[in-house]
Design a protein around this ligand. Structure first.
Ligand SMILES: NC(=O)c1ccc[n+]([C@@H]2O[C@H](COP(=O)([O-])OP(=O)(O)OC[C@H]3O[C@@H](n4cnc5c(N)ncnc54)[C@H](O)[C@@H]3O)[C@@H](O)[C@H]2O)c1
Length: 320
């Protein structure tokens, strides 16, 4: 129960953040959002959330946190592109490390009860020797994005030790679902879904045998809620434990959308892990969480969303 509590969602206009906002509002939290709209969109945002168009790397955000006095912070704002992080590691670290540090410092000063951090599992362990990969496997990120997300987690641990600023860090697999940006270079489910529905040929980087742990955004939101009262000072994977190839995602989406053609193939991209899945047993133990949405159901929900958004963009009323 919300008990009149106020939650700040940084990056709340983004894919995962906007679902977080919706769910918190449903649960009667007062919700404040901070987003610079670099990849997030106003149309994702419920109008009852208080919105601050602010950059987490700018000093103004400190005053906003001081004024708003949130009880909880869901820290989701980040530079999220692996490719962009390899092109401009300084900009990546500026948002993901220094921006996070500002959020932590401002939260400490404002007396925030807990920070729940959106970390990555997919980009943190490199190519692990065994899968599903445990939360305490050696960390070996191969991209600046993985490094900056890891460094932010280390600062959370420092603030916890030094100032008792409570946190839980959730290391997600590959999150997919409604509202994921199909125009970006990440988010294969969104990109394939939209392309197939529009009759365009999706592109697969490499041979498509690369495997990822695909987790529904709705399960990720469930984990964030479960971490409000549990998992203090802990880091944990939030994933399914299943490795699914990009080719398999292509086939499943072909079945759902009725798309009949083959994919285009392009060279594999640098900085990407080849094969990973993540063990989630620590999350089960620490926060009582388990994934609930099957891949087939999650993909269907995603395709339904893109059908609706394509129809509304073309003026065709969506069925149901
Ligand atoms: N999508 C995934 O598969 C995945 C996997 C692991 C971790 N994560 C993490 O989950 C979080 C949310 O990711 P997402 O997939 O929703 O991406 P997203 O790009 O949709 O959301 C990020 C949001 O942060 C905002 N933002 C970026 N830089 C900012 C800044 N300097 N100041 C204020 N706002 C800023 C963007 O405008 C956007 O709304 C991120 O922290 C990401 O690292 C995502």
């Amino acid at each position: 129960m919300a008990d009149g509590k106020k939650a700040l969602v940084t990056g709340g206009a983004g894919f995962i953040g906007s679902h977080m906002v919706d769910r918190l509002l449903e649960l009667d939290y007062k919700v404040v959002v901070m987003d610079n709209l670099s990849s997030g969109k106003i149309k994702n945002l419920d109008s009852t959330a208080v919105f601050h168009h602010t950059d987490i790397t700018q000093p103004a955000m400190v005053e906003i946190i001081q004024r708003e006095q949130p009880d909880l912070v869901f820290h989701m704002a980040a530079q999220t592109s692996v490719t962009q992080s390899t092109k401009d590691p300084i900009a990546d670290a500026n948002t993901n490390v220094l921006g996070t540090l500002r959020v932590l410092e401002a939260s400490r000063r404002a007396g925030v009860e807990k920070i729940i951090y959106s970390c990555t599992g997919g980009a943190l362990y490199g190519d692990p020797e065994t899968i599903p990969c445990l939360d305490d496997a050696p960390l070996a990120p191969v991209s600046p994005y993985g490094m900056s997300k890891w460094m932010a987690e280390k600062y959370l641990e420092f603030y916890y030790r030094q100032y008792r600023l409570n946190f839980t860090s959730l290391r997600y697999g590959n999150v997919y679902g409604p509202r994921q940006d199909p125009h970006g270079e990440a988010g294969v489910v969104a990109i394939f879904s939209q392309a197939m529905l529009q009759g365009k040929q999706p592109q697969i980087f490499g041979d498509g045998a690369q495997e990822r742990d695909f987790i529904s955004v709705f399960d990720v939101i469930g984990a964030n809620l479960a971490a409000i009262d549990r998992g203090d000072g802990k880091v944990m994977n939030i994933a399914t434990g299943e490795a699914t190839s990009v080719n398999r995602i292509f086939e499943l989406l072909q079945g759902i959308t009725g798309y009949k053609w083959d994919p285009l193939h392009a060279p594999q991209r640098s900085g990407e892990v080849y094969r990973i899945s993540l063990d989630w047993s620590r999350a089960a133990k620490e926060i009582g969480w388990a994934p609930k949405v099957s891949l087939e159901e999650g993909l269907r929900l995603t395709v339904d969303y893109f059908k609706g958004s394509i129809n509304s963009a073309s003026g065709v009323p969506s069925a149901g």
